[in-house]
Each structure stands twice: as structure tokens, then as C-alpha cells.
Ligand binder design. Structure first.
Ligand code: AMP
Ligand code: MG
Length: 529
């Protein structure tokens, strides 16, 4: 493979200490693994880089002050042009199943792990996405375009603010001079991603597929040591780890479903071993509710349609199980029995997902679990979603308006403004009224309403508004920021970040929480990034 850029490191090491008073101590956990796991390389930075945005919340997670990026050297480091002492930049190798088919070797084709730091909140690794060719770039150019980098930067931080497990984004740097060829010529950018680990299902799949059992074992031990220490003492650490990943994945996907998030490319190489949302590409948030919605224009079969995500995650967990099979005790003697035992560890997924989703949806509807003695909340929620689907009702707005519903008044009471605003969302008024009567009856069973103290209906609204976001990163919001950024104005990226940091607050600019404009219907997002 041609690999011309490895010698292009402009400056070996910069002045230290921009992170704060104490210079961070950089290490690289991944580099302690054997050479089969990665390739060390300096990466290729951006020519004449500039800042586009930084995330103060992500910086705070690292224990860095919000103005860390103003320190000397910061721009060079986070545009891939220089390294700090202790960093050992490397790209990791992984494989995976893409769209249900074994895709062979993939790897960090454009991501460069700089290293990691210990913080009060634990260890975090930092990665530059878009810092040039690696041995795993295949036919790619190692770059990421500005538009997709803005989407990843904003969505990472939006998801974190929503409380959904995700890799973080610390910074976004760009360069007008870096031209990148996609369908048209675009400019390149680099997102600095942050996570306790970027390990994917595909890392394990890689070594098992190639019969490198010692490496699968080494990676497993690494994972247990750093990310699942409690599994070390389990009767069977392999099934314990698989069950843990299954549970975390179930919780993550339940939150995706509850908020109306579509990942778009749930390939096994895009599945985090920590149950983090990772690799933001052609993702989307539901506008008008459609369970069959496919947000990725490149997904012709609709494999990753919204309603399929829970099942796809389960499929992906089976791929992970297959990758862990060589580590099962007794596998040499009886592979079938070991396989059955391993797969049984995935049993936890279904129930965990179901409970997590029901819990999240109850909260969205303002229902407390204790009241549901007869198990009627599930059907009530299902029928609500059916109603939304039948009307293609805006998912985010509908849940927000639900908070102002007044169960003491008739669903069609014209002088109950909350009820009227909600009812307005449904063309079939009779269908809405029928459901709303059931909902009102259910709300009246809530302890607060029954005892009339200490909480009042307004506290239900507050509770609901604390779990139903007013603002999500809809395609048209991202697109507006992207268009301005492509014209050299990054203020909308920064403004949007500020709004998305507080997704449950009614935004100052009402349109941020409004219906998508007509032109949003024509927006397409694909794997091109
Ligand atoms: P994705 O579908 O974006 O998760 O990417 C799948 C694989 O393709 C990963 O191994 C990426 O690193 C690689 N890849 C995607 N885009 C590029 C690019 N422009 N240059 C190099 N590798 C890429
Ligand atoms: Mg990927």
C-alpha cells in the first residue's frame, strides 16, 4: 500500500500544558496491546487550520477549562499537525458485518487515536477523525468533509445532553485549503472524539475471523481489565462480558427509540463495546412519526429502518457472540454446547430492552410505573404510537404538547388550550379523542392527581418536559448550520451547539423547536461523508 504521509509530521512535539494549570499526562492504553492491533503513525493534519467550534461540556468532562482551546499549541494538536508529549498516535484494525454481510477488514481508515488521559471521571481516549490516510483507509482518502463533521460534532454533544450514551466531541477544526473529493469538491475538517474506549464489536470479529485466537484473548483481557473488571471474577467471564454488552446495548437502543433517533448505519463495526452511540453518519431524528422510516439514503433495503433498530442490535450482538466463541471454556470439546451457552447470555437483551423502552415511554407520557397494576400502560403507549404513525405526527412536538394536556377537561374542550394544541396535530379528531379519553383516565390514577398533593398537574408537565426534548438535531437545523459554514460563517454551528446543550429548555428562537420547513423534505443524507 502506498503510505506517503507518515513522514509529514511538521512538528514533533509542542509546548506542553495548554490543558490547564497541570499538563495532562498522556498515555495510550491501546498501544500496550501487541503490534497486530494497530499501526502507529503521525497522521496528516489540516493545512492552515482554524477552529470551527469546541464543546465546553466535553472539555468539562475531561476536567479542562472552557477556554483550553485558546492556549498555545491547541489548534495545531487538534488539527492533527502536532502532538503532545506522551501521545502515541495510532490507527486500530477491525473488521465487521456491513448491511448483514461480512465486509472483511475495515479499521480506522480516517481516525487517529492520539492517546488517553486520566480525569476525575475516569480514563478517556481522544481520537481525531479525518486526519489522513492510514493502512486501513482502503479506497478512502482518510478525510472527513466539513458537512459530515459538523453533523457528528453537533449530534455527539446533543446526544450527551439528552443523556443518551455516546462518544463525545471536543472540538471541530477545519481548513479552507484542504479540498476533498466526494460527489463534488468539498473542504475537509477534523472532529476530536472522546470516549472511554473506541472498541467496537468489529475489533473482536477481526481477530476471530482470522483465527488469531491469542489476539482475541488479549483483547478480551484488555477489555475486562479496563471496562468490565467485575466480569473477571464471574464464573464465566466470557458470558458475563457478553451479557454486559447486551444490557448496555439494550439500554442505548431503548433510548434511541424513545427519542426517535435513527443511527442509519448499524454495521457491527459501528457498534461500541461500551454501548455508546458511535460513528455519526447518515443519522436522523424522527420528524413525522413513521416506524418504517429509513434515514440513510444509501440503505436501499431499509435494513436500518427506525423500527428495526432493536432487532438489528440483537443481530449484531450475535455477531459479537460468534467472535467471542473461541474464548468459551470447553469450546474445543463441544462447540455446539459452548455456543448455546454463550448465546444464552444474550437472553437478557429482550427483557432489558423491553423494560428500558417501557420505562422511557412511561416517563415521556408522565406515567409512573407503580400505578400500572393491570399492565395497561404498554397498550396505551402502543396505541399512542399507532396514532402518531397513522397521522405522521411530529414525534418531538407531539410529546412536548402532551405535557400541557389537561386530563380534568374533555379532550375536545376548546377552552383547554393544552388539549386544543395537542388535538390540532391529528386530522382524525375522533381517533385522537378516543385515545385521549383513555389517557386522561390513566392520568387520573396518578398519585398526585388522586391525592391532590403534594404535586399538581403542573409538576407532571415539568417532569414530562424534563424527558421530552424541545429541540433535537433535525436534519434541517444541521443543514442550515452546514450551509452557512460552507460559506465560511461558523456562527450557526456554535449557536446550535448552545441550543442543543439544553435540549429540554424551550429555545429562545422558537423555530428551533418548530416543525421542519417544507424544504427539509428534500434533504437526503447518505453514507457519503
Ligand atoms: P463508516 O461506514 O463511515 O463507519 O466507515 C466504514 C469504514 O470505512 C471504516 O473502516 C472507515 O474508517 C472507512 N472510511 C470511511 N470513509 C473513509 C475515508 N474517507 N477514508 C478512509 N476510510 C474511510
Ligand atoms: Mg464506522
Amino acid at each position: 500500500m502506498t503510505f506517503p504521509e507518515t513522514t509529514a509530521l511538521p512538528s514533533p512535539v509542542l509546548a506542553e500544558g495548554f490543558e490547564g494549570a497541570e499538563p495532562a499526562r498522556w498515555t495510550n492504553r491501546f498501544a500496550t496491546l501487541g503490534p497486530q492491533f494497530f499501526t502507529e503513525l503521525p497522521g496528516t493534519g489540516l493545512p492552515e487550520p482554524h477552529w470551527i467550534a469546541t464543546s465546553p461540556d466535553c472539555a468539562a468532562t475531561l476536567g479542562w477549562p472552557a477556554d483550553w482551546w485558546t492556549r498555545p499549541g491547541a489548534l495545531e494538536v487538534f488539527s492533527g499537525n502536532a502532538h503532545l508529549p506522551g501521545m502515541r498516535p495510532l490507527a486500530t484494525v477491525y473488521s465487521g458485518h456491513q448491511f448483514g454481510v461480512w465486509a472483511g477488514q475495515l479499521g480506522d481508515g480516517r481516525a487517529l487515536m492520539l492517546g488517553g488521559i486520566d480525569t476525575p471521571d475516569g480514563h478517556f481516549e481522544l481520537q481525531l477523525k479525518g486526519a489522513g490516510l492510514t493502512p486501513y483507509s482502503r479506497r478512502g482518502d482518510g478525510r472527513a468533509v466539513l458537512r459530515s463533521s459538523i453533523r457528528e460534532f453537533l449530534c455527539s454533544e446533543a446526544m450527551a445532553a439528552l443523556g443518551i450514551p455516546t462518544t463525545r466531541a471536543l472540538a471541530l477544526t477545519g481548513s479552507a485549503r484542504l479540498k476533498v473529493q466526494r460527489e463534488t469538491v468539498e473542504t475537509g475538517a477534523i472532529v476530536t472524539r472522546v470516549a472511554p474506549s473506541f472498541l467496537r464489536f468489529g475489533h473482536f470479529e477481526h481477530f476471530t475471523h482470522h483465527g488469531m485466537e491469542a489476539q482475541t484473548r488479549e483483547l478480551f483481557d484488555h477489555f475486562v481489565r479496563h471496562h468490565a473488571p467485575e466480569c473477571a471474577d464471574a464464573p464465566n467471564p466470557v458470558t458475563a462480558v457478553l451479557a454486559k454488552v447486551a444490557a448496555q446495548t439494550a439500554d442505548m437502543v431503548a433510548q434511541w427509540q424513545a427519542v426517535g433517533f435513527m443511527h442509519g448505519v448499524m454495521n457491527t463495526d459501528n457498534m461500541s463495546m461500551l454501548g455508546l452511540t458511535i460513528d455519526y453518519g447518515p443519522f436522523g431524528f424522527m420528524d413525522g412519526f413513521d416506524p418504517g422510516h429509513v434515514c440513510n439514503h444509501s440503505d436501499h433495503q431499509g435494513r436500518y429502518a427506525f423500527a428495526r433498530q432493536p432487532q438489528v442490535a440483537f443481530w449484531n450482538l450475535h455477531a459479537l457472540a460468534q467472535a467471542l466463541l473461541p474464548l468459551m471454556p470447553g469450546v474445543e470439546d463441544d462447540q455446539d454446547a459452548a455456543g448455546d451457552e454463550l448465546i444464552a447470555a444474550l437472553d437478557i437483551y429482550r427483557e432489558r430492552f423491553g423494560n428500558a423502552l417501557l420505562g422511557a415511554m412511561r416517563a415521556k407520557l408522565g406515567l409512573s410505573a407503580e400505578v400500572d397494576e393491570r399492565g395497561e400502560d404498554g397498550p396505551l403507549i402502543d396505541d399512542w404510537l399507532r396514532l402518531l404513525a397513522a397521522h405522521h405526527t411530529d414525534y418531538t412536538i407531539a410529546h412536548r404538547r402532551l405535557a400541557a394536556f389537561d386530563e380534568s377537561r374533555a379532550p375536545d374542550a376548546a377552552d383547554a388550550p393544552g388539549n386544543a394544541a395537542l388535538r390540532d396535530l391529528f386530522l382524525d379528531r375522533a381517533a385522537f379523542d378516543a385515545w385521549a379519553l383513555r389517557y386522561a383516565a390513566r392520568l387520573k390514577l396518578e398519585p398526585a392527581a388522586a391525592s391532590a398533593s403534594p404535586s399538581t398537574p403542573s409538576t407532571r408537565a415539568e417532569r414530562m418536559n424534563a424527558v421530552n426534548p424541545a429541540v433535537v438535531l433535525r436534519n434541517h437545523l444541521a443543514e442550515t448550520a452546514i450551509r452557512q459554514a460552507e460559506a465560511g460563517d461558523f456562527s450557526e454551528v456554535r449557536r446550535l451547539l448552545e441550543v442543543l446543550r439544553r435540549p429540554y429548555d424551550a429555545p429562545a428562537q422558537a423555530s428551533d423547536a418548530g416543525f421542519p420547513p417544507d424544504w427539509a423534505n428534500d434533504l437526503e443524507v447518505s453514507c457519503s461523508s
